[in-house]
Design a protein around this ligand. Structure first.
Ligand code: NAD
Length: 483
């Protein structure tokens, strides 16, 4: 079976309908610059209809389902996602400009989230609490109600899986606002939900512009929780908007994540992660390893290894499945070019670049992956999230120096540490101000089961793993006095 949905429509209450604004957003294939599809430009009125449908689902069939039944539907969604692996991967490759293999991995990850959260539905429960004589006290874990999900364009399927999957597992009804730059796989999920038998209104998908549909969702008083993944600037606005009606907001924001390589590291193991952690998805990854901190004694060796890898990196059309596709848009391409010209003006040492494949489509938003050496930890390229395939190498002296440099940005998402010294592994894990630390690996292969999120400017709240289920639910305490 292949998808039949019309991208110009909105998915509300289990059915497709025209957007009330009558307007559309143009999706562009960033590999070619050509128009890919027209998508409905959801309005505040569409968001309102979606929230009403979600509340009705909570009051109706969806709210009445048991945890086991919810789990079965979610697991079914995961199963159906996998039956569409080729179609979804191609859709995502064209929409995001992501090389096909990486897009396929995203499909598998989305399926895995639905499987994981499907299995978790009936395994999370409240407690009974020993209390005063004559009382029985217990807690219930209840859904917030209607949850709003605002997601970016870089990993739509993975972020939908981890956020919508966990929210539905706890019995919330979701309204999803995907990004205006890429939202086709998000829309496809509507069709998958129907096929899996998800009750109408449990999941509603309203594409559109951030300042319109997104802002309307965060301001809607019928929404009880917001999960936002995106930039710090918009995250701040979302937090303020949610604060107006006192709802919890989870913020998954940007990063400037380091991989830290000590002189006792297994360099053969580390080397592929050092580069791939920075250039995956053309560097448009929140947890991109954009800073590589290297102990001075092995600095030259690491430079040589990374330069050799960079020289082999090929950039091309996402469908050609090379190392890197294009940036998501010409705008993002300009932002990255801006950083490259700052580097030039400031005389940064450019160590290596990748190369373009032959016959690159002219309209694509391509940029070469670029590696800079001996960069000051305070330089803008070592401090700001570039969101492109640019990595900086920063030498350090000792453990204390590595910790100081690693922690010296406004962000705190993830960090990688490469060392064979067990004591140092433990000390570094403790001292790094981040939400996830990877020792002798980077990214733990996605880690669906592993709680994820930031500290400092990288946000707050946790998604992924069981911990997300606590975030997507609320504790109710029941104290019964029976004598
Ligand atoms: P963005 O903040 O511009 O957009 C994200 C989403 O917010 C989009 O759906 C957009 O339509 C919506 N939006 C925009 N204005 C809004 C408003 N006023 N009210 C409500 N919603 C609004 O981010 P982006 O450029 O699409 O994504 C890149 C950023 O996302 C980077 O900073 C990256 O690090 C971050 N990110 C973080 C994670 C994580 O898990 N921590 C994952 C992926 C991306």
């Amino acid at each position: 079976m292949s998808f039949t949905f019309d991208s110009k429509q909105i998915f509300i209450d289990g059915a497709w309908r025209d957007g009330l604004s009558g307007k559309f957003v143009e999706l562009v294939d960033p590999s070619t610059g050509e128009m890919l599809a027209l998508v409905a430009r959801g309005s505040a009125a569409d968001i309102d209809a979606a929230v009403v449908a979600a509340q009705a689902a909570l009051d109706g069939d969806w709210g009445a389902m048991t945890a086991v039944e919810r789990g079965r539907v979610l697991a079914k969604m995961g199963e159906i996602v996998l039956t569409h692996i080729d179609e979804l991967a191609e859709m995502e490759a064209k929409d995001v400009g992501k090389p096909l293999t990486q897009a396929r991995n995203d499909v598998i990850a989305m399926a895995r989230y639905f499987e994981f959260y499907g299995g978790a539905c009936d395994k999370i429960h409240g407690d009974s609490i020993p209390f005063m004589d004559g009382f029985t006290v217990y807690t219930l874990r209840e859904p917030h109600g209607v949850t709003g999900h605002i997601i970016p364009w870089n990993y739509p399927m993975q972020i939908i899986g981890r956020s919508v999957g966990a929210a539905l597992a706890m019995g919330n009804a979701a309204v999803l606002k995907p990004a205006e730059e890429a939202c086709l796989t998000a829309l496809a999920l509507g069709e998958i939900a129907v096929e899996a038998g998800l009750p109408a209104g449990a999941l509603n998908i309203v594409p559109g512009i951030g300042s319109e549909a997104g802002a309307a969702l965060t301001a809607h008083t019928g929404v009880h929780h917001i999960s936002f993944t995106g930039s710090n600037a918009v995250g701040t606005m979302v937090q303020q908007s949610g604060g107006e009606h006192v709802i919890p907001v989870t913020l998954e924001l940007g990063g400037k994540s380091p991989q830290i390589v000590f002189d006792d590291a297994d360099l053969d193991a580390a080397m592929p992660f050092l580069v791939n952690g920075g250039i995956q998805n053309a560097g448009q990854t929140c947890s991109a390893a954009s800073r590589i901190l290297v102990q001075r004694g092995i600095y030259d060796e690491v430079v040589a290894g990374m330069v050799a890898q960079y020289k082999a990196l090929k950039v091309g059309n996402a469908l050609d499945d090379l190392n890197l596709g294009p940036m998501i848009s010409k705008r993002q391409q300009e932002i990255v070019k801006g950083y490259l010209s700052i580097a030039k003006t400031d005389g940064l040492q450019m160590l290596a670049q990748g190369s373009y494949a032959d016959g690159l489509p002219e309209g694509g938003a391509y940029i070469l992956p670029t590696l800079f050496g001996d960069v000051s930890p305070e330089h803008r390229l070592a401090q700001e999230e570039i969101f492109g395939p640019v990595q900086v190498l920063i030498p350090f002296d000792d453990e204390a120096d590595a910790v100081r440099i690693a922690n010296c940005t406004d962000f705190g998402l993830v960090a990688g540490v490469w060392t064979e010294n067990g004591g140092r592994q433990l000390r570094m894990a403790k001292k790094l101000q981040v939400g996830q630390v990877f020792i002798n690996n980077y990214g733990a292969a996605g880690g669906v089961e592993l709680p994820f999120g930031g500290v400092k400017g990288s946000g707050h709240g946790r998604e992924k793993g069981f911990e997300a289920l606590y975030g997507f639910s609320v504790t109710k305490t029941v104290a019964i006095k029976h004598g």
